[in-house]
Design a protein around this ligand. Sequence first.
Ligand SMILES: NC(=O)c1ccc[n+]([C@@H]2O[C@H](COP(=O)([O-])OP(=O)(O)OC[C@H]3O[C@@H](n4cnc5c(N)ncnc54)[C@H](OP(=O)(O)O)[C@@H]3O)[C@@H](O)[C@H]2O)c1
Length: 335
Amino acid sequence: MRAVRAGLIGFGSVGRRLLLELYSHPLVRGRVEVGYILSSRGGVRGGLDEALRLAGRDEKLDNHSEFMESLGYRDILGDVELAFIAIPPSYAEGEPNLTMYSELLGRGVSIITADKTGLALRYSTLTGLAERMKAYIGYRATVAAGIPAIDAARGLRGRRIREVRAVLNATTNYILGFVEKGLSLSEAIRRAVEERLAEPDPRIDVEGWDAAAKIAILSSTLGYEASIRDVDRRPLTELGEEEIREAAGRGFRAKYIAEAHPAEKELKVYPTLLEADNPLARTESNENTIIFSLEEEGEVLLSGPVGPAWRTAKTMITDLIEYLEWRSRIQTPVA
Ligand SMILES: NC(=O)c1ccc[n+]([C@@H]2O[C@H](COP(=O)([O-])OP(=O)(O)OC[C@H]3O[C@@H](n4cnc5c(N)ncnc54)[C@H](OP(=O)(O)O)[C@@H]3O)[C@@H](O)[C@H]2O)c1
């Protein structure tokens, strides 16, 4: 079967690692041909050797404007069958992300995305559009990239879910850990940005946008559609530094929790103090933990390391493997 013609939209930390994976991973190497690489100020058509060199050095495209041209995602419609998307989220406005998703899917282009915006705001609109256009959407990297959170939620569809309770934002784990060690909250947030543990705009983590997007996507994946706008968001700063340190002295851990009662469409994200033996409290800085509580059946617990960019890129390769299987199924004529 011919190689998949693809575009890579976003050449930041995740996009660069993904490009390296696409050309080195033994299960996908040679099966995808990246025809375009786009960043916010243009892109490259072909030019793959140079892009691979830049990705290897973890360098941006626009440091090398000599081989960039004025290109946007609309220029790749009609020429690619798959788009990898690794652009920053836009939860408040939704744009330009939502229009990009609609136009790509509307032209039958399949999507593998690390960006949560589309599915956090318009889950059924986008999945419905994909179905009508016979396109695929892979989004394992949007929730707890590195552990099979989306697979677990899919595997629980049809069960009666009483509650989902989770630590889904590793950045707040780091920030709270710094505070326990004596930094003020504002110093801890600054340090997380400097060490690139937080999004460049730390409000995405600290005000709960990131965790809210993830719990909404999990709920929708379980079959209970929710939007980030349904989530009651409390900021991390609702807990005081002294309260966090004093609680740590008594064996409690501060954590930023994402919680859903999917059937009632009650979703919230908030900081709280947990007893040290609670599995959510034991979530280390680079980890996420999710507890699915089922009516009459007990709990399903998933925990493990998530992010950073390299692990996120590997998670997108899992989607790509599923996409390749899906593509060969839909292209094989029934005898
Ligand atoms: N980093 C992680 O570990 C991780 C984990 C899971 C999910 N994610 C999600 O993955 C996405 C990418 O994260 P990242 O860390 O790679 O971000 P990043 O380093 O900030 O890179 C973002 C890239 O997107 C480009 N871009 C911005 N707007 C664009 C547009 N309209 N069209 C085309 N390209 C555009 C940027 O171009 P310029 O360089 O020109 O600005 C940059 O190349 C985010 O949504 C993030 O939430 C990240």
